[in-house]
Design a binder for this molecule. Structure first.
Ligand SMILES: Cc1cc2nc3c(=O)[nH]c(=O)nc-3n(C[C@H](O)[C@H](O)[C@H](O)COP(=O)(O)OP(=O)(O)OC[C@H]3O[C@@H](n4cnc5c(N)ncnc54)[C@H](O)[C@@H]3O)c2cc1C
Length: 417
């Protein structure tokens, strides 16, 4: 089934009876060439690129709940390539290029909107840091524009520029940054993978990983044992628990991150905006809701709802930056489980078990990485070689302390990244 303007028109005129399900709901087979554990954004994109780029179609994605029910459907949908450090910078740059061709590639409207992202700064020191970041982005081939106060005011006239504690000095504009529709990204990849022969198996929790003589043999699931020559673990906040099934202890802590959405409003916030002095960032969804969030709750947890002090902190920061937001009513809030690494950067690597691969540690920034991560992880699983843009995401950097990528400069405390 292909989507087109003509098809939408025809279905609209004939009662919408011709739409087929977007993907096959497959039954598990006894054996696959490769199994992906986790039907989130990264798992589905990995399966898609395994099939599309490497011709590997005897593949299953095993999801314990429903496709897209994890963080891929819970995030605040920001897509950007504004990283500073080598290693991260080239990876996110590659991922953004994939985003830019994604709708055509998947023949699916993921509502990718490059509306521009502005990071505000509130001191001379912060300006210096953003100038360095902007230069690094430009050197990488991405776009960055330094705005002074007047420049920011032209884009965001509604901010409190003369706030006594946190006056706005300027901002770094990333014009190609923006948002995308999170569910549609999961559904588009699911559809693309299923069309190419990948089995997407929902309500199938992996409960064990079978390893014999240092080689992975398959997995145990709530729907029986399934054999496989290769297994990829892509389970975000559950990475530590699933890796433990193969005897691994990961340098990951799981933490909750909350998000909030208001009632639908007329268009008022055109960009993605982030406050430089408190934990608050915001955009407006196509339905009109203001979607915003802040920092992690500061303790490790597997709960997918957050604490009230962090909700209060986020609301206060929002009111400080843009007092007009106080008139909007918050409709919903929720939390997702973040797989935090000690340096805040991800892991895409082989493990000591032959045939067992891992893709995790995306912290609170893994939505924008969905295309890039799937592409690079599929490359690694199919060829055994690291894909160049993701080549620095090695697991052993936490043992050797060589090649750490600490974007925030906050050291090795998981919840500070
Ligand atoms: C509130 C919030 C805001 C965020 N905002 C942004 C943002 O603006 N921009 C950005 O880039 N990133 C953002 N993120 C981060 C981003 O959502 C995550 O990094 C990313 O979605 C994680 O990868 P995933 O999509 O594969 O995870 P998930 O969708 O969580 O996929 C993992 C899947 O594995 C499944 N699973 C777990 N255990 C098992 C098992 N034993 N067997 C089978 N399946 C299993 C889970 O059910 C889940 O579906 C945000 C996250 C949250 C929670």
């Amino acid at each position: 089934m292909r989507f087109s303007g003509w098809r939408v028109l025809r279905e609209g005129l004939t009662g919408n009876k011709g739409w087929a399900p977007h993907w096959r709901d497959a039954e598990p087979k006894a054996e696959y060439d490769a199994i992906i554990i986790g039907g989130g954004g990264h798992g589905l994109s990995t399966a898609y690129y395994l099939a599309k780029e490497h011709g590997l179609t005897n593949v299953a994605v095993l999801e314990k709940g429903y496709l897209g029910g994890g963080n891929v459907g819970r995030n605040t949908t920001i897509v950007r390539a504004n990283y500073f450090l080598q290693g991260n910078s080239e990876f996110y740059s590659h991922s953004l290029k994939l985003w830019e061709g994604l709708e055509e590639d998947l023949n699916y409207n993921v509502m990718h909107s490059q509306r521009g992202l502005i990071n505000l700064f509130h001191s001379d020191g912060q300006r210096d840091a953003f100038v360095r970041r902007g230069n690094s982005m430009i050197n990488q081939g991405d776009d960055a524009v330094l705005l002074d106060r007047i420049g920011v005011r032209k884009h965001l006239p509604y901010l409190d520029f003369d706030n006594v504690r946190f006056p706005i000095y300027g901002g770094l504009l990333h014009p190609r940054g923006g948002t995308a529709r999170h569910d549609a990204v999961a559904w588009g990849y699911a559809r693309g993978a299923s069309d190419r022969g990948v089995d997407l198996i929902q309500q199938c929790e992996v409960t064990g990983i079978d390893v014999e003589n240092g080689q992975v043999r398959g997995v145990q699931t709530t729907r029986g044992a399934i054999r496989a020559k290769k297994v990829g673990i892509v389970v975000a906040g559950r990475s530590g628990q699933v890796a433990a099934m193969a005897g691994m202890r990961l340098p990951i802590e799981s933490h909750v991150l909350q998000a909030f959405v208001t009632e639908g409003l007329k268009p008022c916030i055109d960009h993605v905006v982030s406050f430089g002095m408190g934990h608050f960032y915001i955009s407006q969804s196509d339905k009109g809701g203001l979607v915003f969030g802040g920092d992690l709750d500061f303790y490790a947890s597997y709960a997918s709802r957050g604490n009230l002090p962090m909700a209060e902190h986020v609301m206060e920061a929002g009111m400080t930056l843009m007092p007009m937001i106080g008139k909007a009513k918050v409709l919903r809030s929720w939390g997702g489980i973040m797989d935090m690494t000690p340096d805040g950067s991800p892991i895409i690597d082989k493990t000591d078990t032959k045939g067992l691969f891992i893709d995790c540690g995306w912290c609170y920034g893994g939505f924008k990485a969905v295309p890039g991560s799937g592409f690079s992880f599929a490359h690694l699983m199919a060829t055994g070689n690291h894909h160049a843009p993701a080549a620095k995401f090695r697991l052993d950097r936490f043992r050797t302390a060589v090649g750490l990528m600490d974007e925030e400069g906050t050291g090795s405390q998981h919840n500070l990244h």
